[in-house]
Design a protein around this ligand. Structure first.
Ligand code: HEC
Ligand code: HEC
Ligand code: HEC
Ligand code: HEC
Ligand code: HEC
Length: 165
């Protein structure tokens, strides 16, 4: 399984063919645990309860297995996919989620969530209706064109250095 860093290296090495293949084929990535967003959103959680950086930091973040165990220490322990979650928690290792969104290292892009949150742009604008989906899929395409189109419309910065390092 790939961790976050491996995924980035993979994107870098295989460039965008692989990402493009997944996007075009509409495949959900094979994840170590089939985490269903829809089931959890029905419990009344907010996106930022788990993705705690999405409103205040550059990266949204994927929750630690410790967050999962706040509920799964007691709830739904009989389900096979929850058993896997408990297995990681017992071994004290993080679940090695495979990244869905991201850019090749070679593009030197610096995306930041917080300014978009402050500008009132919804998660769904850039990630689709995650609340209705099961395993996260790449439903929205992000490239320089899609970034710039909105930045022009919203009079946000179009300087190279805003998005590139
Ligand atoms: C606020 C409580 C809560 C948190 C936090 C939570 N879960 Fe759950 N989860 C539930 C409940 C309740 C169910 C059972 C829902 C049902 O059966 O309708 C569930 C179900 C599941 C299932 C089984 C789905 C199925 O039907 O097979 C998986 C897998 C799962 N959770 C993974 C996770 C992971 C991974 C995390 C951490 C990222 C997490 N959960 C965090 C409450 C929570
Ligand atoms: C209970 C915790 C929880 C809640 C609530 C939650 N997520 Fe997630 N989210 C996860 C986990 C765990 C993953 C990693 C598994 C995956 O990619 O399927 C993830 C993955 C994602 C990804 C893919 C990240 C990537 O690039 O790898 C996006 C986008 C996302 N969530 C958006 C949202 C949005 C939007 C909401 C609110 C509608 C939301 N999430 C609510 C736990 C949660
Ligand atoms: C303006 C578009 C945009 C908006 C709005 C947006 N995202 Fe993202 N999101 C992205 C892009 C682009 C990436 C990939 C960034 C990268 O890898 O550098 C990403 C990555 C992520 C990831 C992967 C993990 C990480 O740490 O970044 C998660 C989870 C995520 N977004 C959740 C959310 C949630 C939840 C919201 C709403 C609060 C949200 N996003 C709003 C564009 C957006
Ligand atoms: C739907 C519209 C929209 C999309 C899509 C979008 N942005 Fe933005 N972006 C904005 C707005 C609005 C701001 C806030 C401008 C402000 O705070 O004055 C912003 C701000 C930013 C900032 C912070 C600029 C600063 O001066 O602090 C960065 C970095 C950024 N965007 C990068 C990106 C990248 C990279 C993408 C594509 C992956 C992207 N944006 C896609 C609307 C968008
Ligand atoms: C609003 C954000 C934004 C601005 C402003 C921006 N870019 Fe980009 N650029 C991106 C994103 C996102 C990508 C990655 C696209 C992808 O992965 O498909 C990219 C990709 C590129 C690439 C391709 C890199 C590669 O190896 O794949 C070049 C070259 C580039 N940008 C140059 C520029 C220059 C020069 C400017 C200023 C005139 C600029 N960009 C301004 C967001 C931006």
């Amino acid at each position: 399984m790939f961790d976050r860093w491996d995924t980035r290296v993979l994107f870098g090495a295989r460039a965008l063919c692989l990402a493009g293949f997944f996007a075009l084929a509409g495949f959900a990535q094979q994840q170590p645990v089939a985490f269903p967003h829809n089931t959890h959103m029905k419990l009344g959680l907010a996106c930022v309860d788990c993705h705690t950086g999405a409103d205040v930091r550059a990266t949204a973040g994927i929750p630690s297995v410790k967050t999962c165990m706040l509920c799964h220490a007691k709830l739904a322990r009989g389900k096979p996919e929850v058993q896997k979650v408990i297995g990681y928690a017992d071994k004290k290792i993080e679940i090695p989620w495979v990244r869905v969104y991201g850019f090749s290292e070679a593009a030197h892009v610096q995306f930041r969530h917080a300014p978009h949150y402050r500008a009132g742009i919804s998660c769904a604008t850039c990630h689709g209706d995650v609340a209705k989906g099961t395993v996260a899929e790449r439903t929205v395409t992000h490239n320089m064109g899609t970034c710039l189109t909105c930045h022009r419309q919203r009079q946000a910065s179009q300087d190279c250095a805003t998005c590139h390092y």
